[in-house]
Design a protein around this ligand. Structure first.
Ligand code: GAL
Length: 334
């Protein structure tokens, strides 16, 4: 079931939010196609919000944590904001030092998507014009949010009139203890990956490395905090986990809280999962207070900066082709 209600005024327009409900309730705001809450039953059947979020449209659009938003055109970093496509070199906006991050200065997270209710799904549409943030091609994007039982599915569709790059993700910050609990270090995580991508000092991936015998080994469930402060070059660079895991299976990851009993399983057709432990959260986020490591993200995507590494699957969307990718977040209790 989908219900809508007035939320806030943004740039002179009234903005409604949409609640998708079945066994879980998911609240969506069209700005940035942002997910504002995911309320799921805990082990006693009481609904708990497990998603960190902002409270006003202006904050949703401007927060540099990208909290709950769809990120694009390309998630993550592109080295020096440069790439070559069909022999042409392109320069994207450099909005994170010399690199391009999460779509540039005005990424999808700041855009007002057009909402349409389609049965039990909410469609959010956006047109991104040729040249926006340096990307070629007029790109049409549709994000489909669906709730069925205890599953929340995100489908991304897109098409462009020129060859372009496309690597969307959803920047959801979870705390399975409950969003205001303050720390995710006791959340237990398992990731279906034998390898991850090491990064340089600007968090640009350099090469694949085995997770075995490193703090990056989440092949068996372990609390996020177990190894996060180990003396490890990669953890030191990022201030915690902020690395892409190379997925072996469409059952990408799972997580659970021993406090609330809430479990999360992540399914995706993407090859990469950016596991980010909120290392840059720094207290005040709009009107909400979210300290460092009070939320974790499992952002499904192509490998970051893959366009500059030809051995990796390329996030290229050819003119006239249809892009589709799906990630599902499925909740249960222990
Ligand atoms: C993550 C990224 C982090 C940081 C964060 C936003 O997706 O991996 O390095 O940029 O977004 O604060």
């Amino acid at each position: 079931m989908i219900t809508q209600q007035y939320f806030d005024t943004y740039e002179g327009k009234e903005i409604n939010v949409y609640q998708l409900s079945d066994k879980i309730d998911v609240l969506i705001c069209p700005i940035g196609a942002t997910v504002l809450s995911i309320r799921v039953p805990d082990r006693f059947g009481k609904k708990t919000d497990v998603l960190l979020s902002m409270t006003e449209c202006a904050e949703i659009a401007k927060n540099d944590a990208y909290m709950g938003s769809v990120v694009g055109r390309c998630a993550n970093r592109i080295s020096n904001g440069k790439f070559n496509l069909n022999g042409v070199s392109y320069q994207l906006t450099q909005n994170k030092g010399q690199n391009h991050l999460h779509g540039g200065n005005v990424g999808f997270n700041q855009k007002v998507f057009k909402p349409t209710i389609d049965g039990d799904s909410l469609l959010l549409e956006l047109d991104s014009p040729d040249g926006e943030e340096g990307y070629p091609g007029n790109l049409k994007i549709v994000v489909r949010y669906s709730v069925k039982g205890s599953s929340f599915a995100i489908d991304y569709y897109a098409a462009s009139d020129k060859d372009t790059l496309f690597n969307p993700t959803s920047h959801l910050y979870f705390n399975l203890n409950g969003e205001s609990d303050g720390s995710i270090l006791d959340n237990v995580v398992q990731i279906t990956a034998d390898s991850y991508l090491q990064v340089d000092e600007n968090l640009i991936p350099t090469e694949k490395a085995a997770v075995a015998n490193t703090p990056f080994d989440f092949s068996k469930p372990k609390p996020i905090g177990q190894d996060i402060d180990c003396q490890d070059v990669q953890l030191n660079i990022a201030g915690g986990y902020d690395h892409n895991f190379c997925l072996e299976d469409d059952h990408a990851a799972c997580a659970y809280s021993t406090k609330s009993g809430v479990c999360l399983d992540v399914f995706t057709d993407c090859c990469g999962l950016q596991f980010y432990t909120g290392n840059f959260l720094n207290g005040q986020q709009g009107k909400s207070v979210y300290d460092r490591r009070s939320g974790f993200c499992m952002e499904t995507q192509f490998f970051p900066n893959a366009i500059n590494n030809s051995e990796w699957k390329q996030p290229v969307l050819k003119a006239g082709e249809k892009f589709h990718s799906c990630t599902q977040y499925v909740f249960s209790t222990l």
